[in-house]
Design a binder for this molecule. Structure first.
Ligand SMILES: [Zn+2]
Length: 388
């Protein structure tokens, strides 16, 4: 950043900042001509979207950005019953218990590093649904009919809130995402996993559907986020979120070798003539692969506990384990425009969806077994990668 600033002429920096300001306010707040211009570049040219989303959707998003916890409170009251929170927490505990057993079973990790890994695992904070305490917006003035002013005041409120944190202890209870957000994530510096109420909804999660489907769907992400604490980046931090090397030299070496296998595997995948970047996507791919293994273990343990008959087929003819794998694959059902797939392949640490399904399943012999594939068939290769 400092380099760019010192090498760039002042008028260019001014133009850039002016453009940032206009561009950030253009969606739904500034007149249509500016909004159209912003969409033409950021939507149409860059990712190939033919038309803007309806205005009401963009307005809801804008409110979610400006008043995340005011909107979130109403959303949770209407869309997230207590039963959902309880079920999601039970699943997370199942996946954490699976990780504990997984660490025990590793033949490449020393007892010393295993102890430290478990320490970190047990310190993960599980944030599910919504914050325990809602943010107070009483100091923020909202004026009906003044979208522009409301937007600026909300931005000012937020930056004051951020600045007020300086010099104070870290608030581990704070949520950085709104409850309706359809996303899940892990934060290295907090060592927490976050599952807002928005992602704990069908089709990812439904407290009334069979365990097999829930574990394959949202359970995968529970395993994925927990594994992030132990991927190539996460493993460099301790259970309190501090950058600290807790690995023995030998274990670190063996980890890196295992990770190399994943780097090479994904570097073989391509979209059009663009190859995936195996190093850029390593953390996410490690989390995808570890996530499926953990949730598979968690589901089998849950099945024993609930007395689920693993031989009994569903009405449409699938065993519970097959249903779990189908649920996993359905997470990645999507349609991509070539422009977006190319952009993701070159810049996103996540692999494009189809590789998040097949790239993981070829490393999971249990998938081949469940569907009767013979070793050596395309989805059941003899050589598989495994880190966790
Ligand atoms: Zn991830």
């Amino acid at each position: 950043m400092n380099e760019v600033i010192s090498e760039t002429e002042l008028p260019t920096i001014k133009a850039y900042l002016r453009w940032q300001l206009v561009s950030s306010l253009a969606g739904t707040i500034l007149p249509k001509a500016l909004d159209d211009e912003r969409f033409d570049f950021g939507g149409r040219k860059l990712v190939g979207i033919p038309e803007q989303e309806p205005r009401w959707k963009r307005c809801v998003e804008s409110t979610d950005g400006a008043l995340p916890e005011a909107l979130g409170k109403v959303y949770v009251e209407q869309q997230f019953p207590v039963a959902s929170k309880e079920k999601a927490l039970q699943m997370i505990h199942d996946v954490e218990a699976a990780m504990d057993r997984d660490i025990d079973s590793l033949d490449w990790m020393s007892a010393t590093t295993k102890t430290r890994a478990k320490e970190k695992l047990h310190l993960i904070a599980n944030k599910v649904g919504y914050p325990d305490k809602w943010r107070d917006y009483s100091k923020l003035e909202i004026v009906r009919g003044d979208a522009f002013g409301n937007n600026l005041r909300a931005a000012e409120f937020e930056s004051r809130r951020q600045l007020a944190k300086i010099g104070k202890p870290v608030d581990r209870e704070e949520w950085t995402t709104s409850a309706p957000t359809v996303n899940a994530f892990y934060r290295v510096s907090m060592n927490d996993i976050n599952f807002p109420a928005g992602v704990l909804q069908p089709p990812f999660f439904d407290a009334t559907q069979p365990d097999a489907v829930n574990y394959g769907h949202i359970g995968l992400f529970m395993g994925h986020e927990i594994t992030h604490g132990f991927d190539d980046q996460g493993r460099q931090f301790d259970g309190h979120g501090n950058l600290e090397d807790w690995w023995t030299k030998e274990d670190e070496h063996r980890f890196t070798q295992k990770a190399e296998c994943i780097v090479d595997e994904y570097a073989q995948f391509s979209v059009g003539d663009t190859k995936l970047n195996g190093k850029l996507t390593l953390g996410e791919n490690t989390a995808d692969n570890g996530g499926l293994r953990l949730v598979y273990m968690a589901f089998l343990a849950r099945a024993v506990q609930e007395g689920i008959d693993l031989k009994k087929r569903s009405v449409d003819g699938y065993t519970p384990v097959q249903q779990m794998f189908l649920g996993f694959a359905q997470n990645w059902c999507s349609q991509w425009r070539p422009e977006l797939e190319r952009l993701v392949a070159t810049t996103d640490p996540h692999s494009p969806s189809r590789f998040r399904a097949n790239g993981v399943l070829v490393n999971t012999p249990e998938f081949g077994e469940a569907f009767g594939c013979k070793v050596g068939q395309p989805m059941s290769p003899a050589k598989a990668c495994r880190v966790w």
